[in-house]
Design a protein around this ligand. Structure first.
Ligand code: BEZ
Length: 219
């Protein structure tokens, strides 16, 4: 049973709406549950469906990858907690993994509405494949919406988390298809020669005055 029913349009930088909900691991107060961690909060359309089974299996298999980045995972659909618990057995059997993250039961759609996870023109009254990355300050840092027929690429989600955590610590941006260890971009605003020396001690390559590449600072 959730406690909020408001519908919201959520944008990057907004505070992720807080809620209380029942999950497969008991009742949670969302912000308190996130604590000082990052969070991936994602919805799937329905329990006991094929694409969703592979998605939750993949997230479970990647548990160590989320943990090493300090990320807690929370799933949701408008099915009941009892249904989630039964389906978890199927996920573990077919995907050969242990589902160690909680799944919110949202039969009254309260949390789904709060996060705009129901897109009635795409899928009746079920949640679509929404995903939010939330930082320890509870700010939304990534929002993604996929259709029911397309399973998500969780390598990409981990890649974005790597980029967010890197760019929070260092004055850099990441180019197309960047992955951990690749060169990164120096923001055009950094022009002062001394600042360039201090911030990018490994040096940099100027491709164009606005496109300068430097080795990843924390590698
Ligand atoms: C699936 O997970 O396979 C699925 C769920 C709802 C609609 C279509 C596909």
């Amino acid at each position: 049973m959730t406690t909020m029913t408001e519908t919201a349009t959520l944008r990057l930088g907004d505070v992720a709406p807080d809620f209380t909900a029942e999950t497969t691991q008991g009742r949670i107060d969302f912000h308190k549950w996130i604590g000082d961690s990052w969070c991936v909060f994602f919805s799937h359309p329905k329990d006991f469906t094929p694409v969703c089974t592979t998605e939750l299996g993949e997230v479970a298999r990647r548990s160590a990858d989320f943990k090493k980045r300090g990320v807690k995972v929370l799933a949701l659909s408008v099915d009941s907690v009892e249904s989630h618990k039964k389906w978890t057995g199927d996920i573990e059997e077919t995907q050969k993994t242990k589902v160690d993250f909680p799944i919110v039961g949202d039969e009254n759609h309260a949390v789904a509405n709060l996060y705009g996870m129901i897109h009635p023109k795409a899928l009746d009254s079920f949640t679509v494949r929404s995903l939010f990355v939330i930082d320890p300050k509870k700010k939304l840092r990534l929002t993604m919406t996929y259709p029911a027929s397309t399973g998500r690429n969780f390598d990409e989600i981990l890649r974005v988390i790597d980029a967010l955590q890197l760019t929070d610590k260092h004055s850099v941006a990441t180019p197309a298809n960047w992955k951990d260890g690749d060169d990164v971009i120096i923001p055009p605003a950094v022009q002062d020669a001394q600042e360039l020396k201090t911030k990018y001690p490994k040096g940099f390559k100027t491709v164009k005055p606005y496109l300068r590449l430097t080795p990843q600072p924390n590698k």
